[in-house]
Design a protein around this ligand. Structure first.
Ligand code: 8YV
Length: 307
């Protein structure tokens, strides 16, 4: 008999078709599914994770395959206690997230969206745009220097951006200095990019003080998790002109984006799309399929989360 799987968010049609052919796939509609007792596997996204109430309602759950790298929305301690295996799609989305971070830096500092809007509104030649800011040579601070942070650093080097970073510890990287104080890093950066994992340990790491240190001429970019930034402080700093610009792919309470941000011309907004390319979602989906298949075949998982 095919194992029962609960799919928490949509995936590419080809990936869903492959799941459908190998498993009895139940699509989550919120709450506790009536077939809860039969569910042995969950496939979910990094942002969605698994609500704890749902996890508690699935007594036969053996594995959670996250279609992403973030584990902050899954209770890993509880998973370990219940011997539920958890996998992520390590490595395959690093480039895309770093690419989007660069795209957000470029879009924000070069005023891409106001320029685009001016052309579409037929105002070229009628209305002047303020001059933008130069990206090449701007000083970049990276918060969280895992694979994504390092990939952003490598890209920034091609833009002649001096790169420094803040991390839980000095990683002794050859190309970029470690700064042990996040406020100091923010002070000495023109652009601060958040690439740290979410979770209790990083909640509101980018505080009002850090945002103020980025300052009225600075740009804050977040491609990590909304929870890492104090969003209320961010909105207030933008409203009061204490922060120059923000470019955000992630938010505290997705898909809710604070309405105050919607009309700000110095803010670039994306709907959590850093890994949303055909190529990467295909590779992520394949890794999910391979991990789920390995689990039900009793073989070693390809990319397990190890606590
Ligand atoms: C995805 C993510 O958008 O990797 C993560 O943790 O949040 C993103 O890559 C998400 O997992 C797909 O829902």
């Amino acid at each position: 008999m095919k194992p029962d799987i609960l799919l928490l968010e949509p995936m590419m049609p080809a990936i869903e078709a492959a799941l459908d052919s190998a498993y009895r796939v139940h699509r989550w509609t919120g709450g506790t599914p009536s077939e809860g007792g039969a569910i042995r596997g969950i496939v979910t996204g990094g942002g969605t994770g698994v609500p704890r109430t749902l996890m508690d309602a699935l007594p036969s759950l053996e594995m959670i395959a996250i279609n992403g790298i973030g584990t902050d929305a899954v209770d890993l301690v509880e998973a370990q206690r219940r011997h539920i295996a958890v996998t992520v799609t390590r490595d395959v989305l690093t480039d895309d997230v770093a690419d989007l971070a660069m795209a957000l830096i470029l879009a924000s500092m070069r005023d891409l969206l106001p320029g685009d809007r001016l052309v579409r509104d037929g105002l070229w030649g009628k209305q002047a745009l303020p001059l933008a800011r130069k990206v090449s040579g701007a000083r970049l601070g990276i918060v969280g220097m895992g694979q994504v942070g390092q990939a952003i650093g490598r890209r920034a080097q091609a833009f002649a951006m001096p790169v420094s970073y803040y991390s839980r510890r000095d990683l002794d990287l050859p190309f970029t200095p470690f700064v042990s104080d996040l406020v100091r890093l923010a002070e000495q950066s023109d652009v601060l990019v958040v690439a740290a994992s979410g979770g209790a340990q990083s909640r509101h790491l980018v505080s009002r003080e850090v945002i103020d240190a980025v300052g009225p001429e600075g740009l804050l970019v977040n491609v990590a998790r909304g929870s890492v930034v104090d969003e209320a402080a961010l909105v207030q700093a933008l409203q009061e002109g204490r922060l120059g610009r923000a470019a955000l792919d992630v938010f505290t309470d997705e898909p809710h984006v604070p309405e105050a941000l919607w009309s700000m011309p110095n803010v670039v907004l994306q709907p959590h799309r850093a890994s949303a390319t055909i190529e990467t979602r295909q590779a992520m989906g394949q890794l999910v399929l391979d991990n789920v298949a390995a689990h039900f075949a009793g073989k070693p998982l390809l990319t397990p989360v190890i606590l």
